[in-house]
Design a protein. Structure first.
Length: 94
């Protein structure tokens, strides 16, 4: 969970209103990529610890499970954050 905060939430918060200049589709793609990176990080860490001796298969069955779920959560979370920030900063809308 801490890795997710470091990869998704902290950069989004530090970008401030600059995130509003990025198109919504690109924000969703960035959130999805960060979500997949969070889920693949343990596999990459285990591969680095074994010094590449063991083979970790990243087949479609694995990638369509938890990494796909994390991609959806990352994309939705970042797009919702962008929408809420735009509503907060737009005057006159209630």
């Amino acid at each position: 969970m801490a890795v997710g905060w470091l990869l998704i939430a902290v950069p989004a918060l530090l970008s401030g209103v600059q995130i509003l200049r990025i198109p919504v589709v690109l924000v969703g793609i960035l959130g999805a990529a960060a979500g997949v990176a969070v889920m693949l990080l343990p596999t990459a860490f285990l591969w680095a610890l074994s010094r590449g001796r063991e083979h970790f298969s990243l087949d479609w069955a694995y990638l369509s499970g938890w990494p796909a779920f994390a991609a959806a959560i990352g994309a939705i979370g970042l797009v919702v954050y962008r929408q809420l920030l735009s509503r907060l900063l737009s005057p006159g809308k209630a």
